[in-house]
Structures are given as structure tokens and as C-alpha cells.
Write a protein that binds this ligand. Sequence first.
Ligand code: PHE
Length: 489
Amino acid sequence: MAEEAVLGFLENNDEIRDSGEFAKEKGFGHQEIFNVIKSLNGFQFVVAQDIKKERWQLTNEGKTYAANGSPEFQLFMAVPPEGISREALQKRLGDSVFKIGCQQAIKSKWVEMGKSQVSRKVPHVNDNVKDLLVKINNGEALNQEDMNALKRRKLISSQVWTGYSVKKGPKYAPTRKKPATDLTRENLQSGEWKELEFKGYNFSAKGLPTEGGYLHPLLKVRRQMQMIFLQMGFEEMPTNNYVESSFWNFDALFQPQQHPARDSHDTFFLREPSTTRMLPEDYVERVKQIHESGGHGSRGYGYDWKREEANKNLLRTHTTAVSSRMLYALAKKPFEAKKYYSIDRVFRNEAVDRTHLAEFHQIEGLICDRGLSLGDLQGVLHDFFSRLGMSKLRFKPAYNPYTEPSMEIFGYHEGLKKWVEVGNSGMFRPEMLLPMGLPEDVSVIAWGLSLERPTMILYGYNNIRDLFGHKVDLGLIKKNPICRIGLWH
Ligand code: PHE
């Protein structure tokens, strides 16, 4: 519309002298006309020349005087012919009108200020200032002296108005055709292509973002953890069974059957199938023995071990269940030192909050060899965690039924400037290893941590439910940058 108005006008006229007046005449907003001219100028349909005009506008103070009268006029009108006390006058007018009104009215010799009385000096006055302000508002010109007076009182301010004067350009046409963007089968067949004007290629335009597969942060960090284990010479354990028997999850790990973790408040038990079908019977017998009466120098727990309890199926509560299966398998063959790791899902019957879910991922590493000591465990933990960018570690004595000694691992987080708990570790007990049939001089050092915690630290999540589960925002997954190792920096 605006474009047609400009081009149409120039068809019969030499020039649009002032885009502002043109817009007013034709009933457009100036901004609209201005933008159209700018665009037509870019395509050489017209030649536009800037015009700048200084325009005067009322300030906020000026606007109130234009509406209510100048303070000096208000003051004069508030003084009755017989005079009035200063206080009464001030009260009637308010502080600011009174103050400014006094200054100006005295200057113009309109009123006389006595010690306490104010009285008129002239019978009547005109509100010149208000009249001038109204004129400015209507775009009328004033003489220089009046302008200066209003400027000095900061009742008006100038604004530069920009518009165009416009003439036909070298590519002028009464209408602008939208340039074609494609050579199509139809316009080739019809011959229309000869007349068409084609849009030039924009080689600096951004292409559409490519949509591909996106990796979830947990997958990225899992990959990094895997790489560290592989670089350190670890083999992956097969963790593809979420359902486990209590035997492998607890009993094989010398976790007594009355242990609170074996309660349904902490563990999800399976209803269907509720029990396991097969356990290695001779090994089960040795596990029963060690729980009930000990052996290999241990006193055991001294309780009545029940097979039914061991048979119960559950969702594994830790990947250490897999470690126990692996060590048992290892013990059946001539001994070979091994370094094993796993990263997979575990389940706990926990109240869900911002840092806990009923399912999460564990990272576990273990080394099985002759003559390993606690020093070896600390050494390998230093190696492992410094590859994650965390080289300051501290250990705190802890308790696990299957390790002795046990240590909680704390690492100094350089970014958060504090010590954070990063894992749990220990040396598997002889009560666990010897019934499996491992040689007496073989020790196993092991540690575990969650995958979620370092991922949250690394990707800046403070609610685990934003990372995992049905509340995850897929948009965030798509936008995730790749965070490189140096996890805790
Ligand atoms: N299984 C332990 C846990 O769930 C972690 C751990 C693994 C501790 C190996 C010691 C040795 O927290």
C-alpha cells in the first residue's frame, strides 16, 4: 500500500519533497513511508535524500503548564485583590508551583511579596507562557527571544526529525515485482523466465540448522568415563541384567539377610517372577556357611541363613552385583589378574527429590590381583580422578558390608571451591572372595560413584529431574554443548 503510493505518486510527479508531509497527506504513518522509501532506494527504484529538521517538543514540565497554566499565572490568580498570607498561598498552590510561581511573578512585577503578605501589583495579567507552549505543541513557529526564554526554563527540548525527499531512481517502475527465487518447470515451459527478474543469491545467509541425533549429557559423560577406563586398561563387565537375585546382589557380598537395605522400603522386589531359578549350589553352600558360622579366620554373623531370602528377585541396587558374578566366574579358572569396569543403571526405593531418583547409573571399577593393598587403591583412585580433572583427594573411613577397609572419597572441586563427596571404595572382604574360590593371596580393590552427580556438576544442572526422567526438556538436550574432560574444573 505505502509502496504503491510512493511509486504511483512519482509516476506523475517529479518529486516527493518531504516524506513527512507526504505521509500525512496520504494517510500513512511516517515510519511506514520512511521504511518503504529506504527499501525502494536500496533497489534503486527511487533516489532518496535525507532531510533533517529540528523540532521543538514540550518537556514534561512544559506539558503540565500547557495544560494547567504557568506557575506564575496560577500564583497570580490565587492572590485575591485584598492580598493573602504567604502560608495560605503556599498551601493552596503546593510547594513547587509556589516556589517557581513566586520567582517568575516577582520578576514580571505581577505581585508584591511583603514580610508575611502577598498582594497584586497589577489588576490583571495574561498567561503568555502557556500560550507559547500551546503554539509549540501545534507546530507553530516562535520568535527567537520567546524560544530562548522557554529553553532556559527547560520547558521545551529539541528533537531531530529525519525524513526523505524522493525522486525516481534509475530502475524506477510504477510497481515493484517481487523477484523470482527459482527457475521452475512452469516458467521455463511458458517462456515467462525471459521476463522474470531473479533474486540474487545471498551467499552469507545462514543455512538451516542441521537436525541429527543428539546425545543426552549422561551419554556424553558415560562415554568420557568409558574412555578413561579403557585408557587405564580396564575391561567392561556385562551389566545387561537389571533383574538380579538377592543372592548375587547381597548374599554373595556378605551382606547379612537382616540388613536394612534388604527391606522392601529400600529395594524393589519382583512379583513376577519372584524368585530365581538357578544358583550355583556348591557356592551357595559356602556362602551360607560363611554367613552362619564363618570360616577362613572369620566368625561369620551367627544367624540362620535362609535360602528363600537369597532366591528373591529384585531390581539390582548396585552394579557390585555384577562384580560379584564376575569375580565368581574368574575364581573358577586358573587365576589371572583383571581390571574390570561397568557403567549401568541401578534401582533404589527412594523418595524422589532434587538430587535423588529411584533409578540412576553407577560407575564401578575393580582390580583383582595378588598382593594389592590400600595404597594401591588410593593410587588408582588418584589416577582415575585426576583424569577427570580432580587431583586433590581425601579419604574418610566408611562402612560397607562387603569391603574392609572402606573409604568415602572426597575431591576438591576447583570450580565450587569446596570438597565434594565423589564416591565410595574399599577392599573386598575375604568373607566375600574366599568362598568364591579365589586364591588366598588375591585382593580386590574397588570403587563406585554415580554418573548423574558428575554430569550435573559438569552441565550445571541442580535438579536431577531436569536431567533424567519424564520432565527432561528435549530442547536443552539439543542445545547442550560438548563439555570436555576436566570434568570438575
Ligand atoms: N556398591 C557401592 C554403592 O552402591 C559402591 C562401591 C563399589 C563401594 C565398590 C565399594 C566398592 O555405593
